[in-house]
Ligand binder design. Sequence first.
Ligand code: GLN
Length: 491
Amino acid sequence: MQIATMTIDEIRVGIREQKFTAQEVVKALFQRIKKVEPEIGGYITLCEEDALQQAIIVDEKIKAGEKLGKLAGVPVAVKDNICTDGIRTTCASKMLEDFIPPYDATVVKKLKAEDAIIIGKTNMDEFAMGSSNENSAFKIVKNPWDTKRVPGGSSGGSAAVVAAGMAPLSLGSDTGGSIRQPAAFCGVVGLKPTYGLVSRFGLIAFASSLDQIGPLTRTVKDCALSLEVLQGNDPMDGTSVKEVKTKSYLDGLEEGVKGYKIGIPKGFLQKGLNEEIAKAIEDSIEKFKELGAIVEEIDLPITDAELSAYYIISSAEASSNLARFDGVRYGYRTEDFQKLDELMEKTRTEAFGGEVKRRIMLGTYALSSGYYDAYYNKAQKLREKIRQQYQEIFKTYDLIITPTTPSLPFLCGEKVNDPMEMYLGDIYTININLAKLPALSMPCGFSKEGLPIGIQLIGGEYTEDKILKAAFALEEELKLSTIIPEGKEEI
Ligand code: GLN
């Protein structure tokens, strides 16, 4: 069984048709993980025994002829900021190093209800803050295409394990690009759904008005299938979609892009964009034209101002969300203290990493009464303007296309001491969260050095179906999605 390159679809069909058992899938996968993981560092926790138990249950269901869920026997890796009942959930932070949630996040419940198998929890930037995975309190993740380079972040573990053939499906979270940017750096498909389409219940919050959970997969079809399972209203999440907006994303996936109107922001080929990325995006745009799409330039400024708005809003929300980690209720507690305020101060000083502290300070500053209007309020106004701009464009256009990132995967250590440089890498992704829109990143080429390049397809609210159809059409043309890093093919 070539588990490393197998898609979700191949696994679930193979199990259903009894070509192999769920136990065989899980065993093969763990064999591979044992071989590859030491070099990559994509997992924080592995659940081999639990996974085998779950596989036995799936196999018994098959034997008994019982009805199977959509993802029966499919191994899933879950980002370590998504709560899993009885499985340690750390947010890659010393603060939650020993935290074992007593409940499953809604997305995890949904996966289990479809008979998927949870195999482990993936490494990430601490509390999902970062773009390179170097902010994990435990270990860094390496890019499977070149282990001297970063896999992107904050869902770097989730992207790397899919790219390295250590899981056919993983869950990530995306507050400003954390699914799409690592997907681009690792050459996999990653989708950030419309805000509210997928429940956030059980996702440990970074910035609640921006966070969304989404899938990372090897193919667009797998992405569509996963979204079908993950989507939907959740009474436990007050911001989850109210009316039924859920769809079957597999239906009509092959319909193509004939007649689609695609907008290309005029300034996107601007300063700072890597030339090889620009070329790959232009080639993909040509493909879309050949496939019958109408491509036009649109006015959509992509500027540093939006980046500032994102970092003010997300840090403000983070400073409030992370106030709960005080050493009193759960998580790390300092050993030596006299008074309550000392307990809190020492706990937070000892257990949060540098980037998390930076965001808390930035957010607290932006929310303080003297600066609230100058920063937070201004950022909110800009956010509303961005939202309206996109809404206007989507009255006429079906999709917007941009690169996912301005640069190729960079070297480990290259940007750790320059947070501004790191933040600039989010220029194409953060607007989408500010505007609450869906967007997908997929591989669209490789650099001369063999590093993956990602293209971003952005849609109007709840038009994941359109995005997926376009992505599928491009994937059919490019045939890049089953390629895996050289030397890592065999088990
Ligand atoms: N890189 C961005 C940040 O550091 C995005 C993070 C995310 O999407 N979780 O905030």
